[in-house]
Design a protein around this ligand. Structure first.
Ligand code: AMP
Ligand code: GLY
Length: 417
C-alpha cells in the first residue's frame, strides 16, 4: 500500500512512523510533512488544506490510503474532495467534522443526543453575552465557536473576568478563529482524559485513551497550549472507565451520527472531564490528538496501515491491529516563546536526532513543526514509572546536547501528576 499522511506535526511523524512499520505499507509520503516524515518517505510541498492539489497528486502517485492529521484539513473539506475522487481516506468529511470545527454545533449535538456535557449559553453579541453573565455565578468557561488552534478557550474564575474576555473579544473584533459566536459554559471539575473512538461509517469503536497535559508549566500552571506531554494508558481512573465511556458517550454519539445521516470515518476524539458523577464531554475533535498520538503509536501492534485502510473502506477490521498493555510517556520540547508564538529556532533542524538515535530502542523522538512544539520524546516500558524515567533520560540527553542553544523548554512532571 502507498500511504499519504497529511499534516506537519509530531502527530503526523508518529503516524507516518507506525504506518511505515506496517507489513502492508510499501511507501509512506507526507504533505507538507517535516524532518521526521522526510526520513522515511518523500514530503510533498502541498498545504494540508489544499484538497484539490492533494487529490490530483494522490492520483498521479497511485496513493491507496490518505490519513488526515490536522483539523484544518478536515474543516477545509479535504476528506470530501479525496473521497469524491475515489481515494480511500481516514478522516471525516467537513460536515461530520463540525463536531470539532464548531463548538456550538457540537454542543447542540450533545444536547440533542443526551451526551453529558457542561451546561452552556450561546451568545451572538457583546450585549447578549453581558446580559447572560448578569445571571451567572461562579467560574465561567468562554469558548469561541470556530477553530482557533487552542487559543479560543478561556477559563475565567468569575463573572468579572468573563466580562473582560467578552469585551476584549467583541470590542476589538478579535474573536479567536474569526467567528462571531461564543459559548459561555459552566466549569467542570475533575480530571481530564482523551478517549479515541474510531468510526468506519457504520459504528464507533473505542480504540485507546491517554492523558494530556495542556498547561505550559509544571503543576498545571501557565497558559493553555496544544499539549505539553501525554501518557497512555491512563492511570487512576475507575476500573469501569471503558464501560462508562462506551455507554454514556460513545453509544449516544453513534446514535446521534446515524440519525443525523453522518457517515463518520476517522477518529472521534472525546476530550472528557472525569467528574464525581462520571465522564462529561469538554470537546469533541475529529482527528487524533497531538501529543496523544505520539504515546499511542508505540503501543500499536499489528498492521496499522491495513487497520486504517479497513476503516477508510467502511468495515473496520479488529484483527488488523491491537494495543499493547505497555505504558508510553511523551514529553514535548517546545520553543521558549510557545504558546504565545511559534518562532522556529535557528539551529534545530539538522542536528536533533530523528527516531531512535537517543537511548537506542527504548526511546523515540518524533519531530514536530519547525517552531512551537518542535519535538516529542517518548519512551515505552512495562510500567508507567519506567516509561517516565526513560523518557526523561532521553530528554536530558537531548537538552544536554542541543537544548540550551535551541532554547527549548519542557515540563518536568509529565505522567507524575
Ligand atoms: P477545549 O479546547 O474545549 O478542549 O478547551 C481547552 C481546555 O480548557 C480543556 O482541555 C480544559 O482544560 C479547559 N476547559 C474547557 N471547557 C471546560 C469546562 N467546561 N470546564 C473546565 N475546563 C474546561
Ligand atoms: N492534545 C490536544 C489536542 O490534540 O487537541
Amino acid at each position: 500500500m502507498r500511504v499519504l499522511v497529511v499534516g506537519n506535526g509530531a502527530r503526523e511523524d508518529a503516524l507516518s512512523w507506525r504506518l511505515a512499520a506496517s507489513p502492508s505499507c510499501e511507501a509512506v509520503f507526507a504533505s507538507p510533512g517535516n524532518a521526521g516524515t522526510a526520513s522515511r518517505g518523500e514530503n510533498w510541498n502541498i498545504p494540508a488544506t489544499n484538497g484539490k492539489a492533494l487529490s490530483s497528486r494522490c492520483q498521479q502517485e497511485a496513493i491507496d490510503l490518505v490519513v488526515l492529521g490536522p483539523e484544518t484539513a478536515i474543516a477545509a473539506g479535504v476528506g470530501d474532495r479525496l473521497r469524491d475522487a475515489g481515494i480511500a481516506t481516514f478522516g471525516p468529511d467537513r460536515s461530520a467534522g463540525r463536531l470539532e470545527s464548531s463548538k456550538i454545533f457540537a454542543k447542540r449535538f450533545m444536547e440533542r443526543h443526551e451526551i453529558p456535557t457542561a451546561r452552556a449559553v450561546i451568545v451572538h453579541s457583546l450585549i447578549g453575552g453581558l446580559k447572560a453573565l448578569d445571571e451567572w455565578s461562579g467560574a465561567c468557561v468562554i469558548k469561541a465557536d470556530g477553530l482557533a488552534s487552542g487559543k479560543g478557550v478561556v477559563v475565567a474564575a468569575g463573572v468579572d473576568e468573563a466580562r473582560e474576555v467578552l469585551r476584549e473579544w467583541y470590542g476589538s473584533n478579535r474573536i479567536p478563529g474569526g467567528g462571531a459566536d461564543v459559548l459561555l459554559e459552566e466549569k467542570l471539575e475533575g480530571r481530564e482524559l482523551s478517549v479515541f473512538a474510531i468510526g468506519d461509517g457504520r459504528a464507533l469503536y473505542p480504540f485507546a485513551s491517554a492523558c494530556d497535559y495542556k498547561r505550559a508549566g509544571d503543576g498545571d500552571t501557565g497558559p493553555n497550549t496544544g499539549g505539553m506531554g501525554a501518557y497512555s494508558p491512563p492511570h487512576g481512573f475507575p476500573d469501569d472507565l471503558d464501560e462508562q465511556v462506551r455507554t454514556r458517550i460513545i453509544a449516544p454519539a453513534l446514535r446521534g451520527l446515524l440519525t443525523e445521516g453522518e457517515r463518520y470515518i476517522g477518529v472521534l476524539y472525546c476530550g472528557l472531564m472525569w467528574t464525581p458523577s462520571g465522564p462529561y464531554v469538554i470537546e469533541f475533535n475529529a482527528r487524533f490528538g497531538d501529543p496523544e498520538t505520539q504515546v499511542l503509536m508505540p503501543r500499536v501492534n499489528g498492521d496499522f496501515a491495513a487497520f486504517l485502510k479497513s476503516v477508510a473502506d467502511g468495515a473496520l477490521d479488529p484483527a488488523a491491529a491491537s494495543l499493547s498493555d505497555r505504558a508510553c510517556v511523551g514529553v514535548v520540547l517546545a520553543t521558549a516563546d510557545y504558546p504565545a508564538s511559534s518562532t522556529p529556532p535557528a539551529d534545530l533542524p539538522s542536528e536533533i536526532p530523528v527516531g531512535q538515535d537517543v537511548l537506542g530502542q527504548s526511546a523515540h523522538v518524533f519531530r514536530g513543526s519547525s517552531g512551537g512544539r518542535v519535538l516529542t520524546v517518548t519512551a515505552l516500558a512495562d510500567d508507567l514509572a519506567s516509561a517516565h524515567s526513560k523518557a526523561y533520560e532521553a530528554v536530558d540527553e537531548i537538552m544536554e546536547r542541543f537544548g540550551s542553544e535551541a532554547g527549548l523548554k519542557f515540563r518536568r512532571d509529565i505522567a507524575t501528576v
